[in-house]
Ligand binder design. Structure first.
Ligand code: ADP
Ligand code: MG
Length: 241
């Protein structure tokens, strides 16, 4: 099969200058992601996982190397082009949900929709569909402080999906959740991947999560140390953690 990769990272480098010291967070990372894959990026704290995700998501620029998305090198984009890329192509899910505390669940999702939709158009139907998708139709009017951690993360997923991005980037999405709630959140993400074909890159330091994915990529010290297909992904509910 000769399909175009969704993402290609070539010789990706990211240095952080800290006064006199330079931290080499990424040191020539190579990664190729095909459409529809569910990849776990696994590695210990400090191995460069978040840096990699931020570069793929256009939140940061590399010191060297390329990030090619659907054939286009996004490292050459200016700020406006990057913002456009993030809005149209990428959904982000973070460890700490990052919902807007003064907006209720429906308004948090609508806020994301407004970034790409024409003004004035009613988005109520789409907001309701998204909340239903993550099992929160009955929590639309709740503010983040009135929701559990798992519910907040599911609102964050609904928000990330608002513009139907082909790519979902998740940085330790269960890092702040208990096991049962973590399972629910991972199930929602896996369902999206399988039912909608959304490509998922999930970053975690938790080795117990990796067996649910189609592919496991290990990072060590800013480089890929292992990249293997997982022939038999485990159902989320069978993950032991
Ligand atoms: P991970 O997500 O795997 O824990 P990161 O990508 O966050 O790792 O960090 C990789 C390395 O880069 C670490 O040594 C970290 O301390 C360093 N680093 C990350 N972000 C910054 C920053 N903004 N300034 C300086 N150093 C950073
Ligand atoms: Mg990190």
């Amino acid at each position: 099969m000769n399909q175009q990769p969704l993402i290609e990272c070539h010789e990706l480098q990211r240095d952080y200058k800290m006064g006199e010291v330079t931290v080499h967070a990424l040191r020539g990372l190579e990664l190729c992601v095909n459409p529809g894959e569910f990849i776990t990026l696994l590695g210990p704290s400090g191995s460069g996982k978040t840096t990699t995700l931020n570069l793929i998501g256009g939140l940061d620029k590399p010191t060297g190397g390329q990030v090619i998305v659907q054939g286009e090198d996004i490292t050459r984009y200016n700020e406006r082009q990057l913002a456009d890329y993030r809005r149209r192509k990428v959904g982000f899910i973070f460890q700490f949900f990052n919902l807007i505390p003064t907006l209720n669940a429906a308004e948090n999702v609508e806020f994301a929709l407004r970034l790409t939709q024409k003004n004035g158009k009613s988005l109520d139907g789409r907001v309701r569909d998204l909340l239903r998708l993550v099992g929160l139709a009955d929590r639309a009017n709740h503010f983040p402080a009135e929701l559990s951690g798992g519910e907040q993360q599911r609102v964050a997923i609904a928000r990330a999906l608002a513009n139907r991005p082909p790519l979902l980037l998740c940085d330790e999405p269960t890092g702040n959740l208990d096991v049962e709630t973590g399972h629910q959140v991972l199930q929602v993400i896996r369902d999206l991947n399988q039912q909608e074909g959304t490509t998922v890159i999930l970053v975690t330091h938790n080795t117990a999560i990796a067996p649910m994915s189609d592919r496991i990529v290990r990072l060590h010290d800013g480089m890929v140390s292992e990249d293997r297909l997982n022939e038999r992904p485990l159902p989320v509910m069978e993950l032991a953690w």
